[in-house]
Design a protein around this ligand. Structure first.
Ligand code: V47
Ligand code: SF4
Length: 381
């Protein structure tokens, strides 16, 4: 494993990059300044070799996926993030959708007898869907299928819910946890730096607010994920600021499972004039995130957004998780222009995608407990 990194250290003439490669080999954390150097000077092959070294040290060839499905209660939203292709303002709610609790429980029932381990529930911020509504939803799902892990609500939805209910973050999260909420997804993080956040998502929870909700969730024993929306108007410095805040919080709580970079897609939104990032830049970002976020156990590529082949490519750039088998209930990316217009992959397809990259497909649950090692299995259910 170290042959590649030794060769890289020997052959790199740039003093800064050589120093970074040596640090990575010794497991020493890189600084923000060094991270900037990687963004400015690190060629794809260079950052890829380092990221792959870290990935294989942490996980070998293990590549995780889970069997999950999504419920999106509504796309009606009180906010108007400029990059969002999916939401409809409350004033135009007839153009959107609003699911009742019974409709959502019926969706859960369609997965009865299927070996699904997780439901991921996120949507727009609807002014009428409040704490009581979501507590009832969670309780009903748990009553129907107690072993289904409920990963639900971005910090944006939670912040709005708690403020409306006049609850502190601690009180609100405790009530949802008591109802059956088990972990938080990573959405709503976008870019924490106010300079960019103000422009692209000015009216929703601040970066500090997002981080505080995740910190409290971790204190209550829940795990969560973190995302970063990249490839729009942010500079390298904003990406580093974002990841630095996540790295500091993770040092404190160790509650994050996974970091998920989300590539900005430009169809049907107010930022359509922005050209999307190149695949080269996408892969470099994954690799640099793997190098910088040394305390995040996992790095996930969300294939409905990247497309299957690009997601497959990320496995050589630090990624060790490609999310799950998701039915076409996920509209957020198809509406934003992803090539995955009906994002659904069977377990067999996911396993084959991982095997084609000469990695080991491992089915996991939300908390990364191993459910099945598929490297030797070729029969699927
Ligand atoms: O917060 C919205 C992003 C996020 C666009 O935790 C866009 O396991 C790109 O967070 N182009 C929601 N991105 C999705 C999300 C997520 C997805 C998968 C897994 C997990 C997890 C979390 O989608 C939003 C926003 O950052 N988004 N519009 C767009 N046009
Ligand atoms: Fe609403 Fe989320 Fe879209 Fe922002 S990204 S407008 S909070 S649905």
């Amino acid at each position: 494993m170290s042959a590649g990194i030794n060769l890289l250290i020997e052959s790199t003439s740039d003093i800064d990059l050589k120093e970074i490669a040596k640090k990575v080999k010794s497991g020493i954390r890189i600084t923000d300044e060094e991270c900037l150097k990687l963004f400015q000077k690190g060629e794809l092959a260079f950052v890829g070799t380092l990221a792959n070294y870290i990935r294989e040290k942490l996980h070998g060839d293990n590549t995780y996926f889970n069997r999950n499905f999504h419920i999106e209660p509504t796309n009606v939203c009180v906010f108007s993030c400029k990059f969002c292709s999916y939401s409809r303002l409350y004033a135009h709610k007839e153009e959107g959708w609003e699911l009742s609790i019974d409709q959502m429980v019926d969706i859960v029932k369609t997965y009865d007898n299927k070996p699904i381990t997780e439901v991921h529930i996120v949507g727009g911020v609807h002014p009428k869907m409040n704490m009581a509504y979501f507590i009832e939803l969670i309780q009903k799902i748990k009553a129907h299928r107690p072993n289904l892990h409920i990963k639900a609500f971005t910090a944006v939805e939670l912040d709005y819910m708690f403020r409306k209910a006049k609850l502190s973050v601690e009180e609100g999260l405790q009530q949802l946890k008591d109802a059956g909420l088990q972990s938080l997804p990573g959405g709503g993080a976008e870019i924490f730096h106010p300079e960019i956040r103000e422009i692209i998502a000015g009216d929703k929870v601040s970066g500090e607010g997002w981080l505080r909700i995740h910190e409290v969730a971790h204190e209550l024993g829940m795990h969560s994920n973190a995302t970063m929306l990249y490839g729009h108007m942010e500079k390298y410095e904003h990406r580093i600021d974002h990841m630095s805040k996540l790295r500091s919080l993770q040092d404190k709580t160790k509650g994050f499972n996974t970091f998920i970079p989300l590539k900005f897609r430009n169809a049907n939104n107010d930022m359509s004039h922005i050209v999307e990032s190149t695949i080269n830049e996408d892969m470099r970002l994954y690799a640099i995130a793997r190098i910088y976020l040394d305390n995040f156990p996992h790095l996930k590529a969300y294939w409905p957004m990247l497309g299957r082949q690009n997601a497959q490519l990320t496995l050589s750039f630090g990624v060790n998780d490609i999310d799950g088998t998701i039915d076409d209930s996920t509209k957020i990316y198809s509406m934003a222009g992803s090539e995955e217009q009906s994002p659904s992959m069977t377990t067999e397809e996911l396993v084959n995608l991982i095997k084609q990259s000469k990695r080991k497909p491992i089915e996991r649950d939300t908390l990364y407990n191993v459910i099945n090692d598929y490297s030797e299995i070729s029969v699927f259910n």
